[in-house]
Design a protein around this ligand. Structure first.
Ligand SMILES: [Zn+2]
Length: 465
């Protein structure tokens, strides 16, 4: 019953987030947390995150940034955008969906890494260095969202002139986000260096930028946020092309394995954000391959009978028995079928097979264990969700599950502290303080939980830029 909520609201995010509230029932103020989660379009998905990090890792290393703790955050927005804020790189699902090859998105990551390494936008960085991720997105994405709303969708043409309808506040934000031309040239050159150092072609980057340039010059109406912040005059593209073609790697393509992971990711994003029809159109080229099968299985999970979905997931697993995300989907289907014990087994397999140890998968396992509901399962749920949160400290959804598990175990202080943490990491500091204070009333002063609650109460939220 709960699963369809995952994708209910258009701005909603997560490929997983929303399930718990419906299962919970209990004393936790799940609704508030859910509303908040829905207002911030961050996508949390183990498969997509792992892939995009695989794209970024060698580039960041080549840029000398691998020790800078650069976080990559996925934003659920159909417009093409990628931007850097502080030590976080934000990438829109629209950019992933529109990039036909890994190389195209890797090129964009390389260019953004060039901005980070070049210390561009220092003023913006200082302002938001201390802010929580969600607060940044809520504050900054306004500009991108407004523009992307006009451009809406990857192929739709916006009404002429609509892209210009941006208010004064947005204009200010744009100037804050926009790069200087000299910075663009520097970031391009750096990107080429990183791609060269990692033995990759700059063709994808060039293709993306050329597309933006022609889109602008042809219509003047369709504006992706990335175009707004990254000016692409003709001479810039010409210089980039000259540099790119000099490389012996120019005609190199991505490995078949990486391309398949990319296509599976695009299938997933398409079906979750734009429905089965769009996914089918997008995948027509794939001619019934695994990505098309994946989109079909997810679509059936979302809109069809769990039984039919399960058969399709099992067919996927026959092709790739060790794919953790196919097991994860199997867990999702079984949750929808109201079989939390079998779902827990599927998620457990996903956790075991996951090579990058995402926090998301143990939290999903915890969710299934909460649904089982017996005390032993609830205790296991606490341990699994805690494991997930240890790996992924800002996972607001995880705190909600943790709160539910504690609540059902009767540990109200721990439940309220977990709720406080969830609000805290969502950037909702006022509610975080309220729940931290409630937790403190049930805790011994000086105990670890009490101290953590006090930290939340004392936290000074950064001023909004
Ligand atoms: Zn740029």
């Amino acid at each position: 019953m709960a699963a369809s909520r995952i994708i209910s609201a258009t701005m909603s995010t997560t490929i997983r987030t929303m399930v718990a509230a419906a299962i919970a029932g209990g004393l936790i103020v799940a609704q508030a947390a859910q509303a908040l989660a829905q207002s911030v379009p961050i996508v949390r998905d183990a498969e997509i995150e792992a892939l995009v990090r695989d794209y970024a890792r060698p580039i960041l290393r080549a840029a000398g940034l691998s020790k800078s703790g650069i976080d990559i955050i996925l934003v659920n927005d159909p417009g093409f955008n990628a931007f850097v804020a502080g030590r976080r790189m934000f990438i829109n699902t629209g950019a992933l969906l529109q990039s036909e090859t890994p190389n195209e998105i890797i090129g964009v990551i390389a260019h953004e890494a060039g901005h980070i390494a070049g210390g561009h936008q220092e003023r913006l960085r200082q302002q938001i260095a201390r802010a929580q991720t969600m607060a940044i997105v809520a504050g900054l994405l306004g500009a991108g969202a407004a523009v992307a709303g006009v451009a809406s969708g990857s192929r739709e043409m916006a009404a002429a002139g609509g892209g210009m309808a941006i208010g004064g506040g947005e204009a200010a934000r744009r100037s804050l986000l926009g790069y200087q031309r000299s910075e663009e040239a520097t970031a391009d050159r750096s990107a080429i260096t990183y791609l060269e150092a990692t033995g990759q072609s700059a063709k994808g980057m060039l293709k993306t930028f050329e597309r933006f340039q022609s889109a602008l010059s042809l219509s003047g109406a369709r504006v992706d946020p990335y175009q707004v912040s990254h000016p692409m005059p003709r001479d810039r593209i010409a210089n980039l092309e000259e540099l790119a073609r000099k490389s012996p790697n120019f005609d190199k393509t991505d490995s078949a394995t990486l391309q398949l992971r990319h296509d599976l990711m695009r299938a997933k994003i398409a079906v979750y954000t734009q429905g089965q029809g769009t996914a089918a159109r997008l995948l027509r080229k794939a001619k019934g391959g695994l990505p098309a099968q994946y989109a079909d299985a997810i679509g059936t999970y979302l809109n069809g009978s769990p039984k039919a979905a399960l058969a399709k997931v099992d067919a996927l697993l026959k092709a790739q028995p060790k794919n953790p995300y196919f097991h994860e989907l199997r867990g999702d289907v079984l949750m929808k079928a109201n079989k939390p014990d079998l779902a827990a087994e599927a998620y457990q397999r996903a956790v075991k097979l996951d090579p990058v140890k995402s926090g998301i998968l143990p939290i999903a396992l915890g969710q299934a264990l909460i649904a089982k509901g017996d005390p032993k399962s609830l205790e296991r749920a606490v341990a699994q969700v805690q494991l997930g949160l240890d790996r992924d400290r800002e996972n607001a959804t995880g705190y909600r599950y943790l709160a539910q598990a504690y609540g059902q175990l009767g540990d109200i202080a721990a439940a309220e502290l977990a709720t406080a943490e969830g609000h805290f990491y969502s950037g909702n500091y006022k509610d975080a303080r309220i729940f931290a204070a409630r937790a403190q009333q049930r805790l011994k002063p000086g105990a670890p939980g009490w101290v953590r609650a006090q930290d939340i109460i004392n936290y000074k939220a950064p001023k909004k830029g």
